[in-house]
Design a protein around this ligand. Sequence first.
Ligand SMILES: Cc1ncc(COP(=O)(O)O)c(C=O)c1O
Length: 466
Amino acid sequence: MELRIDRQAMVPVVQQIVDGLTEWILQSGVVPATRLPSVRQIARDNLLSQSCVVEACERLVSQGVLSARQGSGFIVAASPSTLGADDELAPFEGRYAWCDAVCEAAGGLKLGAGGLPQSWREPDDLSYALREVARTDMASLFNYSTPLGLPALREQIVKRLKLFGIEARSSQLLSTCGASHALDLIVRSLFKAGDCVVVETPGYAPLFDLLRLHGVRMLEVRRTPNGPDIEALEALLQQFRPGALFINSHHHNPTGSCLSASVAQRILQLSKAYDLRVIEDDVYADLHTGNGTRLAALDDEGRVIYVGSFSKTLSSSLRVGFVFAETEMVRRLAQVKMISGLGASRFTEAVLASLMVSGAYRKLVQRQRQRLNADRAAALQALEDADWEVFGKPAGGLFIWARSRMTDHVRVRRQAQYCGVLLSAPDAFSPCGESGDWLRINVAYACDPRARQFFRNTGSDRPQAF
Ligand SMILES: Cc1ncc(COP(=O)(O)O)c(C=O)c1O
């Protein structure tokens, strides 16, 4: 049994063993009452100490996944997928194809996922900060936050934005419950049913759903490896005079592409010429190596509303994001924020602020970037070896947008199921629900042997495997 333990990872080894055993039970389809290989054998196969393996097994016993039998080691008691399974809807961003449901239930590899795998998350600093804030900051434990959000957090965000060339004052920042909340406040405050805006295609599906919910019409502009297709954008502006452009500047979801400096300049020129507002959603900013051009950094007329988030790096559960805009706009959004939810969580804002002040957040994202860079290079190589077509070659972030050269998409999807790989649905990133054969590959999952097998099996010159 190979558990793929990463000794450089920040996740403690025992936790990695727990995750590895859980995955093994799911993947190999063992039934309850199956005996686990002996502790000694697991330890020997994975160069681990027996005490670590025993500790991991005991944790699984307390979760009800294993049971311990005197003299006969550990026995599988129940499938992890049946334990604590709830009927809640899974997050639907990048919706998985219905035919993958069986694969997901069996613990399939979420190659098309929108975030980091749980095994990449680093709980230590975060748990420490949670305890510290709970112990020392009674106001944050019990009180409402201020309308703009905790001043200590906004001060820290001001400093981070400087790294991207964005000069912000803390009065121009509004904390939100993630970028989704920020987008919701913006759409609710600025648009009404029948208005029209430009969105990128492919793009971020929940934004399309949000606009649809408010009856806002979407005009589609094609995303190129350098940003939106500028000629097409200008044609849309001339013809329809839309009120805004929604754009991902860096590591665009789903293509992973970044805005070039010249395209950014052109967008700003167009926004002036056509009185266009630009909503720059930059949630992958901290996974970017280098600086890159931000529209908010170039903007000198208050046309850009910049949205950020800490979901992709620290935790999507804390729900902390923010908006940076000119002061009047921030005030307007803050009003809607207070009317609709009485603010955001002061507690999670204080936790994040403390991680930023201590430097723990900065170090976390540095490690994530390094690891992603290594995995991205390996994933690009694997795709090249399998002769897949890659859209641009992302220099950072989570995603690669790619497609097999096999013409039969159904066969590609069948191969994914066969290899235990979950793909995002073919229409997940299109504003009008159009199906396509490009796939969002999350580099943090792409080095898994199941992904490698899938790439190999879908190389263009492969004979049909079944
Ligand atoms: C482009 C984009 N914008 C916004 C969000 C929402 O982020 P949050 O978790 O901060 O609400 C996501 C999450 O996947 C995203 O990819």
